[in-house]
Ligand binder design. Sequence first.
Ligand code: TRP
Ligand code: SF4
Length: 407
Amino acid sequence: MSTVLPGQPMRVLSGMRPTGRLHLGHYHGVLKNWVKLQSEYECFFFVADWHALTTHYEDPHIIQESVWDMVVDWLAAGVDPNNATLFIQSRIPAHAELHVLLSMITPLSWLERVPSYKDQQLQMGDRDLSTYGFLGYPLLQSADILIYRAGMVPVGEDQVAHVELTREVARRFNHLYGREPGYEQRAEEAIKKMGKKNAKLYRELRTAYMEQGDREALATARALLERQKNIALGDKERLFGFLEGGGRIILPEPQALLTHAPKMPGLDGRKMSKSYDNVISLREPPAEVEKKLRTMPTDPARVHRTDPGNPDKCPVWDFHLVYSDQEKKDWVQNGCRSAKIGCLECKQPIIDAVLAELKPIQERAAEFSRDTLAVKNIIADGNKRAQEAAEDTLAEVRAAIGLGYNG
Ligand code: TRP
Ligand code: SF4
């Protein structure tokens, strides 16, 4: 496993709350993207069970039931434990320690103004979310991200504000604790360790960024630092921070990686979501899939087979946007508007496409659910790798704050 470097843009981290079976919305919106990312970057994917507890503390059984099902669904969708580290949040207490440390420096107002705080409280009116844990939800997420010094966080639109908060908290942390005595001199010494040529280049790039705000120079200088093999981690952190005129960068700022998937429609035209009861789950038996699609509503104008319709008013059309090529889409548009095709006929290619998509997923899910030991081993292994990476960061964090007394 490669070493963690501050400012390293290559590590990807994301988490999912275990609150029920996964469905096609998760597959198209999240999992397909994870599968792609795992072959391009070093990936950490985890079960956010503590996050689930912030909203489900009164009925935690759903969390317990969903954890292993969710991991099986990940594996079935093609998330590969040889390419990504899969683990469970609550097995890595370092997240909690970083959370408590970050809580010391996070102004209350930063948490109160995160949009999801008030929105979710309103949306989940049936749950009492006026807890300390729920207010801290985004900061716990920041700890999840920063403990691995992740560079990229694949998330949906609704989570961007949480990544933004994470950036602010990281900046504040580095500002408060990255300034050690004799910092400038140490940075100068570290520059020399790069060798004459690289040292000169680093200085030029730094000047270009500091004096002209040249962001390309900043990026080039970061890449230069990442390539350095002969300087120690502490020196590297100093030089990343020095580039921007700050102290050491102990916790690098992550970027949100927005997932640009076409919105997965539900069976009723709204977004697919468990709370709307309009989902096709990844383990839905094929006969059930077929039945759900056959009976889903269409443009109400098509009362009789001979009544023309309008795909824009039909949830089936949204499925064609996800599954059909141009030729098929033209066939729908023309056939629907001229009443040349019937609705069942129009649904058939969707039924075929969804069944074909689910088949290999369900085969793999069946295998993994038979072999629970293998799944537990995958997670045990991932927990261990995550634990090591998290401890590396935590040791630096403790030392930077001045809590490094135990070594
Ligand atoms: N809050 C995220 C969600 O509801 C889950 C999550 C927890 C997460 N920690 C994270 C996502 C860290 C990305 C990174 O979807
Ligand atoms: Fe919907 Fe297709 Fe029927 Fe038109 S023909 S109303 S697009 S199902």
